[in-house]
Design a protein around this ligand. Structure first.
Ligand code: HPA
Length: 241
C-alpha cells in the first residue's frame, strides 16, 4: 500500500535499496547499474527505481538531505515495503588527515550531533553502527584493485552533522584527532532506523572535499561522476549472502 511519501506497492522494491541523497543521482545510478530499471515511486520528485543488477533484484531511491528526510524514507521502506537492507551512497567532507579527495569511506559507525537517535532510548547516547555482514562484504570487495580506482578505501567512523554551514569552533580538529574519517548528514539516522526495525544498513561515501585541506576539492561535475569505486562496494554489500 502507498505510504505518505512512497507511492508504491509491496513487491515494488527489491530487498536491497541503494540510497543517494539526490533523486537525479538515483536515476543516473539506476540506469548505470541496470538495463531494466523502472520508476516505482515519484512522490515529491523523490524517484525510486527497481530492476536487476548482475542478475539480482536491486532498487535505487533518493533520500533527500539530512537525518529527518532519510528517517522518513528508511522507515517506510523497512516497515511497509519488505526492504531488508539499505546502503546509503553519498559524498562526505574529509576530516582525518589520512583521507584524501576521491577516496572512499565505508562508515562502520556514525557519531552525530543530532537529537534524533538521542530520543530513541531515554538516557542513552545511541551508537549508530553499520551491519557487520554488509561492512564485511564491502571489506572483501575492497581487496580488489578495481575498488581503488578513485582512491584509497577507508573503514571507520564518520560524523553525521545536522548543520552544513555551521560548525562549533574547534570541533572538526577535535574529530580529526579521534580519527573520525569524514562528515556527512545521514548515516547516523540510517543506522538508528535499521536498529529500530532489525534490518541491515551500510554507508559508502566518496570524499568530495576536505574540511581541513581545501586544495583538491571536487567540482560539481566531478561529484556526479567520481563515485564508481563507492558504487562497486555498495553493490557488493547489497548483493552479499
Ligand atoms: N558537510 C556535510 N556533508 C558533506 C560535506 C560537508 O562538508 N561534504 C560532502 N558532504
Amino acid at each position: 500500500m502507498p505510504t505518505p511519501h512512497i507511492a508504491a506497492e509491496m513487491g515494488d522494491f527489491a530487498p536491497a535499496v541503494l540510497m543517494p541523497g539526490d533523486p537525479k543521482r538515483a536515476e543516473r545510478i539506476a540506469n548505470l547499474l541496470m538495463d531494466d530499471a523502472r520508476l516505482v515511486t515519484n512522490v515529491r520528485g523523490m524517484m525510486g527505481f527497481t530492476g536487476t543488477c548482475n542478475g539480482k533484484p536491486l532498487s535505487v531511491m533518493g533520500s533527500g538531505m539530512g537525518q529527518p528526510s532519510f528517517t522518513i524514507y528508511a522507515t517506510e521502506l523497512f516497515s511497509q515495503f519488505g526492504v531488508e537492507r539499505i546502503i546509503r551512497v553519498g559524498t562526505a567532507g574529509g576530516i582525518a588527515p589520512s583521507v584524501k579527495v576521491g577516496d572512499v569511506i565505508v562508515a562502520t559507525g556514525a557519531h552525530t550531533d543530532s537529537s534524533m537517535n538521542q530520543l530513541r532510548i531515554p538516557g542513552v547516547n545511541f551508537s549508530g553502527v553499520a551491519d557487520f555482514r554488509l561492512a564485511n562484504a564491502a571489506w572483501q570487495a575492497a581487496q580488489t584493485p578495481e575498488a581503488h580506482q578513485d582512491g584509497a578505501v577507508h573503514f571507520g567512523t564518520v560524523i553525521s552533522r545536522d548543520h552544513f554551514y555551521f560548525t562549533p569552533e574547534g570541533q572538526t580538529e577535535r574529530l580529526a584527532s579521534y580519527n573520525v574519517l569524514g562528515v556527512e548528514m545521514e548515516a547516523a539516522a540510517l543506522y538508528g532506523v535499521a536498529a529500530e526495525f532489525g534490518k541491515q544498513a551500510l554507508t559508502v561515501l566518496t570524499v568530495s572535499d576536505h574540511l581541513l585541506d581545501h586544495s583538491g576539492d571536487m567540482s560539481a561535475e566531478e561529484r556526479e561522476t567520481r563515485f564508481q569505486g563507492a558504487l562497486r562496494l555498495a553493490v557488493a554489500a547489497a548483493h552479499s549472502e
